[in-house]
Design a protein around this ligand. Structure first.
Ligand SMILES: [Fe+2]
Length: 330
């Protein structure tokens, strides 16, 4: 059985080919088209997958896509009822972003419906028989971390900016099944929070969080900034978390991730052409410390729930290697 999986319409498009339960080839589109964080259809990656295995699109039995638009659609009324007064400005902004995520994905829901014909357009003349599966984003993350392991059971933690509506999934893997235990939904998003602080400190969208993690090592993780920022966060039961959304703006605008209330408390956003102040380094360290607090809280809850010594982590925030090191130490 040949399965092609891919993602697009967000950032870092990629494709993977699974043949008879084995991942035989995977590549990110930016490696082939040299466009950093490319978010369009990963045409070159799909071609590379097929070429490696000597297959054509006619040989593909299943196509797996990393997003389930029906969940996003079902949440639109919730978003509209909460943030209706922000809709005109959000719609205006959408057009000015070439690489988007989270709410930006709403832009592409209509394109997702056209995926079969888009694929057909890439391979004219090849008769396609595949079944298309639009899959829940965080279950894709969970599968990517759990299925390649040799474990028969594991706790699974996925954390990112947002997938459809979810920002973190706490699950259990047993045999070939993944079962949801708990989840956190937007607007409470560790990935969006971390990205908001990285933009506040002068980094770009998407690539900022990795740089923020490095910058954090220069600051004091227990400074006054940490105490102030930590007071905005609340760890909740079932591995959940909440924070005071009045300090953030990422859920209704692309222009910045933090609100005026945040800059009043932590200082103005960093401008180009100067180095980071000691206070800004402490703000970076504070954000990192908070990510660690939240993830350790989630990992502890998962350990209690599953009793498993194995933990599989995925998602953009799951790439926070400093936090992974702390988990490994415990
Ligand atoms: Fe994700």
């Amino acid at each position: 059985m040949n399965i092609l999986g891919f993602n697009c319409y967000g950032h870092d498009s990629a494709a993977t080919l699974v043949v008879n339960d084995n991942v035989v080839f995977a590549v990110e589109e930016e490696r082939l088209n040299r466009k950093k964080h490319y978010g369009g259809i990963p045409a070159e990656s799909i071609r590379a997958c097929l070429a490696f295995a000597g297959l054509s699109m006619s040989d593909i039995d299943h196509v797996a896509f990393f997003w389930k638009p029906s969940i996003s659609y079902s949440k639109v009324p919730v978003f509209l009822s909460r943030y209706w007064y922000r809709i005109p400005s959000l719609l205006r902004e959408q057009r000015s972003f070439s690489v988007e995520e989270n709410l930006g994905m709403l832009n592409y829901l209509k394109d997702m419906r056209r995926l079969p014909s888009t694929l057909q357009g890439l391979f004219p003349g090849q008769k396609m028989k595949f079944r298309l599966h639009l899959l829940e984003h965080h279950f894709c993350h969970a599968a990517s971390a759990y299925y390649p392991t040799p474990y028969e059971d594991a706790a699974i933690l996925t954390i990112d900016g947002a997938g459809e509506w979810t920002t973190s999934l706490l699950a259990q893997g047993r045999g070939n099944k993944i079962r949801k235990l708990s989840s956190v939904d937007t607007p409470y998003s560790l990935g969006a929070f971390y990205q908001a602080v990285s933009r506040h400190l002068g980094f770009k969208l998407i690539e900022g969080p990795g740089k923020l993690m490095g910058l954090a090592s220069y600051g004091d993780a227990n400074s006054e900034a940490y105490k102030k920022m930590r007071a905005l966060f609340r760890l909740t039961d079932r591995g959940g978390f909440k924070f005071d959304m009045r300090y953030f703006s990422y859920h209704y605008t692309r222009r910045s991730g933090v609100s005026k209330r945040f800059t009043d408390l932590f200082g103005p956003s960093k401008t180009e052409g100067r180095d980071w102040s000691e206070h800004e380094l402490n703000v970076a360290a504070a954000a990192q410390h908070i990510v660690e607090d939240v993830i350790l809280h989630q990992a502890h809850w998962l350990k209690k729930q599953t009793g498993s010594d194995n933990l599989c982590i995925a998602g953009g925030v799951g790439l926070n290697s400093v936090t992974n090191g702390l988990i490994a130490k415990e």
